[in-house]
Write a protein that binds this ligand. Structure first.
Ligand SMILES: Cc1ncc(COP(=O)(O)O)c(C=O)c1O
Length: 358
């Protein structure tokens, strides 16, 4: 039996919600979408939530609504999923890559060094489910008059000083990709904001720039969401806190079982509540350990082996070296973890890691 990296939930309540949405015969931006938007906004603590087809679409629309354009520079960690950077490129602004700190999130000190007269905003990523140091990021943003767009695609429900990520910046973007803490059985995304204009502009952009049924005030695209997936999302949202708590318990179990090994384990800053989208360990014997686990039917991942500033797609920007990012990408290894894993599976993985080092 293999132990998968992630195991999304599938059960009768979820299937029932999808079936009811099918029978409603309202499929695009219908009542389930409206209810999911209202419930998600309430959960995060923002005035608005706008559903869209992916986390990438949420980032791109928000960048457009923030006015990002050619010539603007946007600070972004190099250690993220490429879509964070792609959205900046798609808005025609220029990504400026920032190094990581010990939580693997953007290092605010390095970000400060990278600010120029062309910098307009900053997209920190709450990578692996751990919030970036929001106190220092917010200080930077207000000192330099920048906007803050939080990439929360891996951090549904994570908090900083008790407040949900996504509610700190001008907006926050979330992904519902199947392995995420909140999933919708396919692609999907949502952006949250307190800003009426950003919300209204994104609602237009996701639907061909439509002002109303017949009038298009600008060129948008089809980035809409659907009611079957929204119905599923509503079920999972009601379980999200319990599922995050379960992830935290399993992460604590790993920490206990892996203690004392020559590994770097995840850390949680005092102000942060980590939601463990991914459980990432570090070792300079990463590839050998991954191979050893694979032989025992244990899936692992590397998030991410090629840092964004070394991707061929952005080679033309000539990004400078980022020593910490370049070092950790050779050492990181993601172990299986999701709310659907059992204690026995976590113990089995931890025992195999222990066997490798012994
Ligand atoms: C940090 C981060 N940003 C952006 C995205 C893009 O989200 P999506 O795959 O829904 O477009 C992802 C998900 O892959 C992500 O992990």
């Amino acid at each position: 039996m293999t132990i998968p990296l992630s195991r999304p939930p599938v059960d009768d309540e979820i299937k029932g919600a999808a079936l009811a949405a099918i029978e409603s015969r309202q499929y695009i931006l219908g009542p389930e979408c409206k209810a999911f938007e209202a419930e998600f906004a309430r959960y995060i603590g923002t005035r608005h939530a706008v559903l869209t087809s992916s986390g990438t679409a949420a980032l791109w629309m928000t960048l457009k609504a923030l006015g990002a354009k050619a010539g603007d520079e946007v600070l972004v960690p190099a250690h993220t999923a490429f879509p964070t950077v792609e959205a900046i490129c798609f808005s025609e602004a220029t990504p400026v890559f920032v190094d990581v700190d010990d939580t693997y999130a953007m290092d605010p000190a390095d970000a400060a060094q990278k600010i120029t007269s062309r910098t307009v905003g900053i997209i920190p990523v709450h990578i692996y489910g751990h919030p970036v140091n929001l106190a220092r990021v917010q200080e930077l943003v207000s000192r330099h008059g920048l906007w803050l767009l939080e990439d929360c695609c891996q951090a549904h429900g994570a908090t900083w000083q008790g407040k949900k990520v996504g509610s700190f910046g001008r907006a926050g973007a979330f992904s519902f990709y199947p392995s995420k803490n909140l999933t919708v059985m396919g692609d999907g995304g949502i952006l949250v904001t307190d800003d009426d204009e950003i919300a209204a502009r994104c609602r237009r952009l996701r639907d061909h720039g439509r002002l109303n049924k017949d009038v298009h005030s600008e060129v948008g695209f089809n980035l809409r969401f659907n009611d079957i997936q929204a119905a599923i999302g509503r079920v999972i949202l009601r379980r999200l806190d319990a599922m995050n708590e379960r992830r935290r318990q399993l992460a604590a179990r790993y920490a206990d079982r892996l203690a004392g090994l020559p590994l770097i384990l995840p850390v949680e800053q005092p102000a942060a509540r980590h939601v463990f989208h991914l459980y990432v360990i570090r070792t300079d014997r990463r590839d050998a350990l991954a191979g050893f686990l694979r032989e025992r039917g244990i899936q692992t991942g590397i998030h991410y082996p090629v840092p964004c500033h070394r991707q061929p797609a952005v080679e033309h920007l000539n990004p400078p070296a980022l020593p910490r990012t370049e070092r950790i990408v050779r050492e990181i290894l993601t172990l299986p973890l999701s709310a659907g894993h059992t204690e026995e599976e976590i113990d089995q993985v931890a025992a195999a890691v222990r066997e490798f080092f012994n």
